[in-house]
Design a protein around this ligand. Structure first.
Ligand SMILES: [Zn+2]
Length: 317
């Protein structure tokens, strides 16, 4: 079973104005004949996939059986036009429509007064398979409410995916560091943690370090093959994984694309491109220097499948 552990399903207004402004400025800087204002609306339209149909099409093209949907709470300091509830509900609706294909996570910022209540309600109703947290939006991983969320997930056997690594400039670089999770894993040794992006790009060593000391930390590899979709880059990424596997074991990596499924920005074939690059890169290395078939199977689905074994739905065959 092939599982993409990191995807986003969006409708208009789910991500904050600040994110779209930032991305529009970056794009406009590369295309001087365009203004950020001209680009901005198109970006948002191009990323929307309200019902998840394009996500399913992309998965079919890529041969991906199941994908984790990560609703992202940017927290109280960013301006988001739609409510977190609308965003979370969209995730649940899409997953209910494709119960063997889409795996819904919860997303919350612990600074929200009702953060714990929201998530415990979702868990009680058996509506989510895990939790996505985003400390770089402005909170410490040891925030008191966050500790209660970890405790809840740990007791219920739900994995928590943290964004780790260098965030966009509009976010807090310091708070994205994998090392900050050290005290979380020490306090909740049974909690399965997915280190989203595995510290990409500058904090890979910190992510490996964390994983080395804590067997329940898994390294989720999205964005390493993303902006640069050249084969040499993918080979370099697989080489890193092979090297790190010597230290942490071959079954600690988790495949993810960070795909946002709207038709116009990334396109329907983005997931396929990424998974094929990983496969081609691995098979172009010498047999002694590549991930074994067993390690590749673990990476592409088995490892995260085990972390999701408490989820009520059977995944696609
Ligand atoms: Zn993401």
């Amino acid at each position: 079973v092939i599982i993409d552990a990191h995807t986003h399903l969006l409708d208009r207004g789910f991500w904050p104005d600040e994110w779209f402004d930032h991305v529009a400025e970056e794009w406009a800087a590369k295309a001087p004949e365009r203004t950020p204002a001209h680009i901005r609306e198109r970006i948002e339209d191009g990323l929307a996939d309200p019902d998840g149909e394009q996500m399913i099409q992309s998965m079919d093209l890529a041969g991906i059986d199941a994908a984790i949907l990560l609703p992202m709470d940017w927290g109280p300091t960013f301006n988001t036009r739609r409510s977190l509830k609308e965003y979370q509900d969209q995730t649940l609706r899409a997953a209910a429509r494709w119960p063997t294909r889409l795996i819904p996570f919860g997303g919350v910022d612990p600074r929200r007064p009702d953060a714990l209540e929201r998530i415990s309600d979702l868990i009680e109703a058996d509506s989510i398979a895990g939790l996505k947290l985003y400390p770089a939006a402005g909170w410490e991983p040891l925030h008191p409410t966050a500790l209660q969320l970890y405790d809840l997930c740990s007791r219920k056997g739900l994995p928590v995916l943290f964004h780790t690594g260098d965030p966009l400039p509009i976010l807090d670089r310091q708070l994205g560091g994998p090392s900050l999770l050290e005290s979380v894993v020490s306090e909740f040794p049974e909690l399965v943690i997915l280190a989203g992006h595995a510290g990409a790009p500058s904090r890979w060593a910190d992510a490996i370090d964390l994983a080395k000391r804590h067997p329940h930390v898994l390294l989720e590899m999205s964005v390493w093959v993303w902006a640069d979709t050249s084969l040499p880059n993918a080979i370099e990424v697989v080489r890193r994984m092979v090297q790190a596997a010597d230290e942490i074991g071959p079954d600690r990596f988790v495949f993810g694309t960070d795909h946002v499924s709207g038709r116009k920005v990334r396109g329907l074939t983005a997931m396929k491109t990424i998974i094929e690059l990983f496969r081609t890169a691995n098979s172009s290395l010498d047999e002694s220097a590549r991930l074994s078939e067993t390690a590749m199977n673990a990476f592409l689905g088995e490892t995260v499948g085990k972390a999701l074994s408490g989820w009520r739905h059977h995944l696609a065959p």
